[in-house]
Design a protein around this ligand. Structure first.
Ligand SMILES: [Fe+2]
Length: 197
């Protein structure tokens, strides 16, 4: 699948300013392994695998979440919101549309470099009909000044960066309650969303 993607929008395996890539980037040429029938044809996720309510991340707790929330796996000592688990899942409809409701994430500090802060972002993991059809990436918010100094966002070639930023689309929001954003994901082809972010 890798050679079908345009290389000019996807981040390189090694981007030294993003420190963990120094350790995890392959040091040897990749070896291509032909996918087995299981990886290309199945398993297909049954529809019951995803409950409709799981697309709304604000209704998992006993009351509404407080709002901006620290990363669920970080080691920062900011208080956790007991009414926000930080994850959800949704099936796309027959036209590939999806909708999730969540609190807007905040920036959080990380140890990559002195005074390092990640811009607000949401991690996405997409599955097709089989485990091998997978896209992992991040969505960012428009106008965030931290984008300019985020080594993860900056590791994406310039042509790909705009594909990771959602568009403000108020009518997709909830009147009087929540802003709406639109973010289109393309799994393959010339408009593919940068992956591996
Ligand atoms: Fe994150």
């Amino acid at each position: 699948m890798a050679e079908t993607r345009p290389v000019d929008v996807h981040p390189p395996y090694l981007y030294p300013d993003y420190k963990s890539t120094r350790l995890r980037a392959p040091a040897q040429p990749l070896v291509r392994v032909a996918p087995s029938p299981l990886e290309t044809a199945g398993p297909v996720f049954p529809k019951r695998f995803v409950g409709e309510s799981e697309a709304d991340l604000t209704t998992w707790g006993t009351s509404a979440p407080l709002g901006e929330n620290p990363h669920p796996v970080d080691d920062h000592d900011a208080p956790l919101d007991p009414n926000f688990l930080g994850k959800g899942q949704v099936l796309t409809d027959d036209e590939g549309r999806y909708r999730v409701v969540t609190v807007k994430p905040g920036a959080y500090p990380w140890q990559n470099h002195p005074f390092g802060w990640r811009p607000a972002h949401i991690h996405f993991s997409l599955f097709g009909n089989a485990y091998a059809q997978r896209l992992i990436t991040q969505m960012f918010f428009p106008g965030d000044p931290l984008l300019a100094i985020d080594p993860i966002f900056q590791s994406v070639p310039e042509a790909g960066r705009k594909l990771l930023i959602a568009d403000l689309d108020l009518e997709q929001g909830i009147e009087g309650v929540a802003l709406g954003y639109r973010w289109d994901l393309v799994v393959r082809g010339p408009r593919a969303t940068p992956m591996g972010v």
